[in-house]
Every structure is written in C-alpha cells, then in structure tokens.
Write a protein that binds this ligand. Structure first.
Ligand SMILES: [Zn+2]
Length: 261
C-alpha cells in the first residue's frame, strides 16, 4: 500500500503536488491510500481540505483507498476516528519504554537551553500531570542533534505527528512512501518509535524515498507562505509529473533515512 498524506493546514503548493505525483508513480496503479493528516485542528480549515481533492483531481490521480471527498473524510476518515489507536500506543510507550519516554513541562525556551530544569529526565514529572508533553530521550541516537526530545504527546494531551504517523503507517499496511528530504529526521524518529512500540522494524516494512524539494529563491516552499491555489501556480499537471519523474530518477532507492552522524 502506498500513501499520499497531506496536512490540511494551508493551500498546497507545487512541491506538495509533485510529492502526490511521485507517490502515484510509485503505486503504479496498485493500492494507493489518501490519508489526510488533520490532527492539527487549530490550523485546519475546510477550504484547505477541499484544496487537497481539487489538486488530486487536477493531477488526474485515482486513489484506491481513503475518502472520496471532503464530506466522506469528515464522516469516516479523520484522524479523530483513530484517536483510540494513538492513545493506546502512548500507553504502550509509557509502559514498554519507561527509560526512554518521559513527561516534560518545559517551555520552548527551556528546551532550547538544553537542560530539563524540572528534573524531567530523572522521571520527576508524573505522566498524568496536566499540561506536560511526553517526550523521547534521544541521547545516544543520531536524532539528538536534529530533533532532540521529540514529542509523542503534546501538552494538550493529543498525540504528536510523529506518533500518529507511526501508528497509521502500521495500521494501513504502508509498504512504500515518497516524502521530501526535509522529513529524513521524521523517518528516523518514526523508526525509533516503531522499535519502542515493538512494531516490526519500520525500514524493513516501508521503503522510503526521500526526494528533493522545489526551491523558490533558495527557500523551500511552504504552505503557510501564501494562499495561491492550484490555478495560480503557472505550471501544468504534466510538468508536475515530470518533476516527480526526475525526483524518482535521481533519488537512490532505500537510501538511509539520516546522514551518518
Ligand atoms: Zn523537560
């Protein structure tokens, strides 16, 4: 099973569309899931959800699994319907990996200072205390430079992207996935979580293809930058597919999720 997994937190940009195309090319007519990651309900807007379907139709991609349209999504496919799975996984992490998962009330600034001033790493903070995040102790892994103490549960008690993505990829039986090279650290984090959860090794289950990004003025495109809908991109669907084909040509298969430390 392949997947296209956008987040409805802004209007999509050509880089997102080329990622959809890359995944459709890899699926090659086989099972292709549309999984819309809407855990972040604060940034969710109905028009962003509609935009996902509009871009997929514009590209001419036929997915085989997942919501048919925005209404079907809200009724049956929102990540809210899988909340029980995420919460069970969080409990599993807490019980299986007590040495590596810890509760942490630290602010962003305290985290940036690099020391957990509340004794979080010694397990001083109760997991059920209100307004604490649950984080992974990344010391000793290559993630400690790039994504130290990444969260599995946010301070509001909701699962993090990393946790939900790890659970969903197993739940839906994903076997291959093209994602931007900016997500290599996420792949490594999810591989670690997968191990902590006792899942079969992530990188043996899923072949990840980390493709280049489309840059504009040297910067990667961002959904939060603007509100240009697909009609204002000034490129054709065919050109988007050409970009994706080039990516798949230049991206070595099965290359490691992270550069060596
Ligand atoms: Zn802390």
């Amino acid at each position: 099973m392949h997947r296209i997994a956008p987040t409805p937190s802004g209007y999509l940009h050509p880089g997102n569309a080329a990622n959809f195309a890359a995944n459709a090319l890899l699926a090659d007519g086989g099972p292709l899931l549309l999984r819309i990651d809407d855990l972040d309900r604060e940034r969710f807007r109905p028009e962003y959800l509609e935009d996902v379907f509009e871009v997929l139709h514009w590209l001419g991609i036929d997915w085989t699994h997942g919501p048919k349209d925005a209404t079907d999504f809200e009724r049956h496919w929102s990540q809210e319907y899988r909340m029980t799975l995420y919460l069970e996984a969080l409990e599993e992490l807490r019980t299986r990996a007590p040495a590596q998962v810890f509760a942490c009330p630290c602010s962003r600034k305290e985290l940036a200072d690099g020391v957990h001033v509340h004794g979080c790493l010694r397990g001083s903070i109760a997991f059920n205390r209100p307004a604490v995040a649950w984080r992974v102790d990344t010391r000793g892994t290559i993630l400690h430079e790039s994504m130290p103490w990444f969260a599995v549960r946010k301070k509001d008690g909701r699962p993090s992207y990393q946790l939900a993505c790890t659970v969903d990829d197993l739940h839906f039986g994903i076997t291959e996935c093209a994602r931007g090279e900016d997500l290599r650290d996420s792949t490594a984090a999810q591989a670690l979580l997968s191990d902590l959860l006792g899942y079969p090794p992530l990188l043996e289950r899923i072949r990840f293809v980390h493709h280049p990004l489309i840059l504009e003025g040297g910067e990667k495109l961002s959904k939060s930058q603007g509100s240009r809908g697909v009609r204002e991109w000034g490129v054709s669907a065919k050109e988007i597919f050409q970009i994706a084909e080039n990516w798949l040509r230049v991206t070595p298969s099965n290359h490691p999720p992270c550069a060596p430390p």
